[in-house]
Design a protein around this ligand. Structure first.
Ligand code: E4P
Length: 218
């Protein structure tokens, strides 16, 4: 399973990259605003800065909501860097724009996906990635992981190549369970990725190894 980090914070991206397990980055307009990145030129520059830190795909989301605007913005984003993946919302215009970009060979990520039907449409439009938001479904008492399983089944039935990018991941068990059920990619915060490191028996075992080594090597 690929690991993407879901942030526009350059320090977090650098830390995940330094760990050696990072395959890409996802951003969205809220994450950019959280870092205080505003104004078109600053936003475009920030995407290039991110691409220069990581080796993998960097999802950059359009802000337009109409087809023509999405195409215009998406082309500008795709021209920025060859690691850019154009992120489009799951709307009628977003699906049309996804089809347009997939026919041109531009990679896409269809976002704000909350149902298997939406994921089926994204695959038919040739999306590179589909982003079901599992955490936001959990927030409203609906099993986000169940949606990943449904999409996995549908895509496998027909051999769709669209990659399932489990988004809105909040914690370590989301990551582990996404891996168990066959999500292709997960995107989550640095805290969830680093959380995978933790186990008290590792800490206890290491302390014991260090103590035993020191006893025999003074
Ligand atoms: C996906 O690409 C989104 O950026 C993201 O995962 C949303 O996560 P949130 O629900 O924690 O805001």
């Amino acid at each position: 399973m690929k690991f993407f980090i879901d942030t526009a914070n350059l320090n977090d991206i650098k830390e995940a990259q330094a760990l050696g397990v990072l395959d890409g980055v996802t951003t969205n307009p809220s994450l950019m605003a959280k870092e205080g990145i505003t104004g078109k030129n600053n936003i475009l520059k920030h995407y290039v800065d991110i691409c220069n830190i990581v080796d993998g795909d960097v999802s950059a989301e359009v802000n337009a909501v109409d087809y023509d605007g999405m195409v215009r913005e998406g082309e500008e984003l795709a021209d920025l860097h060859d690691q850019i993946v154009v992120k489009l919302p799951m709307t009628k215009d977003g699906v049309k724009a996804c089809k347009y970009f997939s026919e041109k060979g531009v990679r896409t990520n269809v976002t704000l996906v909350f149902s298997a039907g939406q994921a089926l449409l994204a695959a038919k439009a040739g999306a590179t990635y589909v982003s079901p938001f599992i955490g936001r479904l959990d927030d409203v008492s609906t099993d986000g992981l169940n949606l990943i399983e449904e999409i996995r089944g549908i895509y496998d039935n027909y051999g769709y190549e669209t990659e399932i990018l489990a988004a809105s991941v909040r914690h370590t068990m989301h990551i582990v369970n996404c891996a168990k059920i066959g999500a292709d990619v997960m995107t989550g915060p640095l805290s969830a990725i680093l959380g995978l490191l933790k186990h008290p028996l590792t800490d206890i075992g290491l302390a014991q190894f260090i103590a035993d080594y020191q006893k025999g090597n003074q």
